[in-house]
Design a protein around this ligand. Sequence first.
Ligand SMILES: C[S@@+](CC[C@H](N)C(=O)[O-])C[C@H]1O[C@@H](n2cnc3c(N)ncnc32)[C@H](O)[C@@H]1O
Length: 279
Amino acid sequence: MSHNETISDQQLLLIEKTMQAKTGKDLRPFKRPFLNRRINARMKAVGARDGSEYAKLLESDSTEPSILFKSFSINVTEFYRDSFVWECMSSKIIPQIIKSNGTLPLQVWSAGCASGEEPYSLAILLKEVSGTKNVKFNIIGTDISVEAINRAKKGQYLSQCLKNLSPNVIAKYFTPINNDTYQINESIKQLVTFQQGDIISFPIEHINLITCRNVLIYYDKPAQELVFKKFHKTLNDNGYLVIGQDETMMGVIAGKSFSCILPRERIYTKLVSGGSIVV
Ligand SMILES: C[S@@+](CC[C@H](N)C(=O)[O-])C[C@H]1O[C@@H](n2cnc3c(N)ncnc32)[C@H](O)[C@@H]1O
């Protein structure tokens, strides 16, 4: 059966409407090329010839809507992803936050945390940087995918996800379960809370540092606009935001309320009445 890669605007509208009705999920914030790729992959898998045939299947099949939605959640991640960003957080950002936060517990949000590598990396980094000092911190990891959150709570990882960590850090914070799998230690696990939720509606505030990396790349500018506004509201004055290497605030109006302090690392501070802090 030949498969037509093009999905017309009308077919997409139908698919979006059916998804909204069947799952309550809104596909409109996703970028069109990303939507096309994911829908095409599912059309190919089920042998639908075009978008209208696939929309009919979404309507009649009880499992396909949730399978399609799950395919929008790309969970690729690793510990200390883009290690130069983590080096910079370790030498500049975390010491600065610790200094300015006084005795208050430091609040960190990993938004779109996938299977937990990012928030656990933050916990390891905070432990390493604070050393013997009595620094208190809470880290929350959230993701829209229930499956990802369940994997994060479990805290078991293949060695390839640990490739950016030194043998010393692995020995300190992980326990090998078998040849190729490691369990994160309880001392790190207890520092992180996981919750399922959509970034845009997740109730959270008074945060010192948000990492939202490799999530917004799949969303169009109006959706990014809402998310950056949300982050601005969620961050404490002069709080920090770290986005992914392939992400930018260019063309987003809400980006004007942040100052990019480390362009290569994509690290920003929240601007408060026109000023930013220097690292
Ligand atoms: C590619 S992973 C990135 C993981 C990690 N931040 C990193 O950079 O390695 C993207 C994650 O964002 C999650 N995600 C996508 N849209 C989301 C949303 N609206 N709210 C919360 N999580 C979302 C996906 O489920 C996926 O687990």
